[in-house]
Design a protein around this ligand. Sequence first.
Ligand code: ATP
Ligand code: MG
Length: 234
Amino acid sequence: MPVISFANAKGGAGKTTAALLLATEIAARGQSVTIFDADPQKWISHWAGLPGRSENIEVVNQISAGSVTEQILDCSARSDYVIIDLEGTENLIVANALSVSDLVVVPIQGSSMDARGGAKILTLIGKLEKIVKHDIKHCVALTRTNPAVTTRSLKAVQEFLAVKGIDVLLTPIVERSAFRDMFEFGGGLDNQSSKQVSNLKKARQNAAMFAAELLERAQPTHARRWYHILKHAS
Ligand SMILES: Nc1ncnc2c1ncn2[C@@H]1O[C@H](COP(=O)(O)OP(=O)(O)OP(=O)(O)O)[C@@H](O)[C@H]1O
Ligand SMILES: [Mg+2]
């Protein structure tokens, strides 16, 4: 039922990778997920055509700004989770998707350009909250971090976020070839073999901790519960 969006106005921040990681982790636990592929590059739709996709995952890619809100709410009634992979820009689909999200995840690489793109989304969330008249829960996920060292630019980004009082996940998504390979060969981390993929065990641990932290934060809002109650009553 919860709707989780991935957004950053900066392209290449790691939205699609983080969205698919979360979806495959949820599916591996036996729960159903609908992914809205609103990324014009359609990486997740491409992934869905590769072998190894869990039956628990459905991908929707026919999305229009006028109907996206209704589509998301309807899917959230039948799936355990809805995950939305958004375009790296600000447009009406992004604004509409954010306004019905229970949790917005802003992936940020350790660079000030990514942090500025993330800040744009955080400002947009602030404006949307005034329109929808409820809080839109959000957090930052640091992505593509170096497993061995914390770079100067990552430290600068962490300080920037701390000063703004933004909720940052304790688990960053580390730079791992296993995460890239999902888009190349299909399936989730469970489909990969440690004989072919380096540091697979660490990648799996990372993905599991990332998913656990997010799922703890993602609860449907009161507004969503009322939507479903009224919809089922009508
Ligand atoms: N944790 C990671 N480990 C390894 N490679 C990664 C990781 N996260 C992202 N990448 C790589 O970085 C590139 C950009 O990632 P991704 O496509 O997920 O970003 P995006 O924010 O969705 O981009 P866009 O704004 O273009 O939609 C891709 O080539 C992806 O494979
Ligand atoms: Mg993307």
